[in-house]
Design a protein around this ligand. Sequence first.
Ligand code: ADP
Length: 153
Amino acid sequence: MRIALFPGSFDPFTIGHADIIERALPLFDEIIIAVGTNIHKQGADAMSQRVRSIEALYREEPRIRVVTYNDLTVDLAEREGAQFILRGVRSMKDFEYERDIATTNRMLSGIETVLIFSDPSYAHVSSSLIRELRSFGRDASALLPQANPHLKS
Ligand code: ADP
């Protein structure tokens, strides 16, 4: 079984995240979406609410599971038997950040990180952008995934 862990804050889960999942599904037998707390980011949506909405999105996809965690990603990967960490890259800034984390995670545990480049049409999408729009009372639903018509039941 090739199992990938897709860790993130997902506050909220965006069309950019959904695109990464959809494109990574053919590579793995199972993808575990791991909702964590980022010590550098202020949480907006409660953890349980984030989990519920991601679960609802992938209800029909048995190869996707959602978990929460608040320890090191590599420790969770070990607990879950995941051999890979999956991450998305939108920009040079993401790239350098992801490279440092991937190198550290490999140093800590030997686990490999698989990076998928963002679709150019989603490269501007971020959870923080959605939180900002919402804070000004704007509708951000165009940046949120709907029940995914591409996924088989
Ligand atoms: P974190 O707090 O760990 O950065 P995020 O929820 O912000 O978690 O993002 C999780 C992963 O998804 C990260 O690898 C991030 O680079 C990636 N990601 C976020 N938005 C997009 C997007 N629009 N396109 C592709 N990847 C994205």
